[in-house]
Design a protein around this ligand. Sequence first.
Ligand code: ATP
Ligand code: MG
Length: 725
Amino acid sequence: MDVSHIIDSLNPEQRKAVTAEAGPLLIQAGAGSGKTRVLTHRVAWLNQVEGVSPFAILAVTFTNKAAGEMRARVEELLGSSVGPMWVGTFHGLSHRFLRMHWKEAKLPQAFQILDSEDQRRMVQRTIRGLDLDEAQWPARTAMWYINAKKDEGLRAGYIRDEGDPTEQQMIRIYDAYQTACELAGAVDFAELLLRALETLRDNEEILQHYQARFQHLLVDEFQDTNAIQYAWLRLLAGDTGNLFAVGDDDQSIYGWRGARVENILNFDIDFPGTKVIRLEQNYRSTATILNAANALIENNSGRLGKNLWTDIGDGDLITFYSAYNEGDEARFVVERINDHIHAGGSRSDAAILYRSNAQSRVLEEALFRSGMPYRVYGGLRFFERMEIKDALAYMRLINLPEDDISFERIVNQPTRGIGDKTITQIRDVAREAGVSLWHASAEILSANALKGRAATAVGGFMTLIIKLRADTKDMPLNDMVEHIIEHSGLLAHYKKDRTDKGEARIENLQELIGAAGMPVEIPEDMPDMSPLDAFLSNAALEAGEKQGDEWEECVQLMTMHSAKGLEFPLVFITGMEQGLFPSQRSVEEGGIEEERRLCYVGITRAEQKLYLSMAEHRKLYGRDHFNTVSKFISEIPSEHLQEIRPRLNTTRPVMQPAQRRKEVREDNVTGLSVGQRVRHGKFGEGIVTDYEGQGAHARVYINFEDVGAKWLVMAYANLEVLNVA
Ligand code: ATP
Ligand code: MG
């Protein structure tokens, strides 16, 4: 058989991994060295050369986008669809498993998935239900606690009570929240994994079936597996131990969610006879980018250590831009992308990365204004929009009347005269009787416990839902969505809003009809799953990622976390500011090494050109921040960096007259030296402690008495020299 398409394009070490005999194998290698490539080629090798059935292969990774790419690469090699092979994310595969074994998992067949916003509301309701002070027990904190416990595999009843009253209260909230979820048939993201693991562990027959079925397990980004995911892999691997794991300790970025790098370090203890392969050639990035990344990560201790090289050549220097605010930064990014397009490049070459999701808004605005199509990954953008959530809530409630979250969302949306008092009454009955809001409403109505108008309104709502269900029963999905949007009154409701926003909402609803018209993926081995179930689960699981295939032509925006495993010719890392990246929290809590690994991940996404940028002044979460440059910039050797100054014709920020921009002539810029005392319009007096670059590109590092040390671009720092050193 001709295997050249599988192994020809591999180097000798990669080939060794792809063609290895069965048994545990660990590939421990740096960014861009071909780990994912090796994994996908291994799948093809197993199937086409070793004759392993697709049915017996499971390949798993972390993000939907990475999983999508993995599937595409495998299909290309196989020349056919992956068929019954399980290729996906941990969450996606767990979900698939639970849909098949909902009975054993003790879930309703049409169980719903809570996205993080749904979950937050549910936790909030729980906290209210327990009569706790919401200011003292914020829903987010409790949600964080619950998820962390679930990630460790701990149910409320199993958490050791050490007498700490705060923790005791958290345990109570966790317990009550879980009860509410069970009642509503709702499963949050962490629950998907935990429930799948428990179901597998507690059902001998199912476990044996899957252990026999999956002869080969392959896992990408292994450094980020948490306790549950690892336990799940170990259970499935059983005695065969055919686990093919690829990972990079330097890219471990989920410690905060319980990921355990130890899984890499202890691999050969859990899987005796493990073969370890290292890959050292990077095929992705220019030497400049790779060397910058290597130098940065050198600052971490406790690494396994590796030696990555490339023969791609130096390429361009990395550009650093220090903007005066976030708007200026966004404009800079858009202009560089425009330059790239004018030089014949494609929009989809460019990825804009940031530390936190909230940073995307300003970037989105700038892209939008310049008419540049873009897509945001990893967020729940599309499906988190109000009107979309409304429409989905109708669909969910029609599908499963016990879905309390959806009930609450739409019981009075559009308004139908059901006030807070009535809803509270329904909620109380539901809580006392331990039933869903839907059933509570029915009970209240039949007991005539509501006053005239309220009774009519609640009755009307229930009739509407029942009628919608009956009317759409045999409709194809897109007709169903259209019917629901129209007859629920949502369309008329949003049409009343004649602003641009209202128009956009109508367009979004139309987009939802369109999305429902696309073929929904129903896994081959789950023929019983209804298209509606598949669609609703997708909406929660893959939110924002299923927006047609036009993403090819879009600029891509994502957090550095969701960029893991991906690569782009042109990469922008924005917000390189102390306190943002590395984040304040990480600096305070000693998590700086994980932040540095995240920076390493960001830098190593770039193939040809990397831009780093910061904003000296940033409004974020409604607050003003005056920033100094990220410590990580100074960890990149200056020979790889080139700094450019803001365009001189950018309009001056009206807010800060003191920060007047002034062009400094090249010849007098170098007039500063270390130790000199200077005054800055905004930051006050300080001492020059360092400088780099020349002429208008020069930057000085000044230790200000009031605001601490900052890098400033000479060209517009407008410094007054106070004494000569
Ligand atoms: P990361 O750590 O970021 O996940 P990785 O180790 O998984 O990276 P890949 O994404 O598999 O790396 O490979 C990086 C790039 O190098 C890809 O474009 C891949 O196609 C290419 N590549 C890998 N190996 C080779 C090879 N032997 N010859 C040519 N190109 C290669
Ligand atoms: Mg990879």
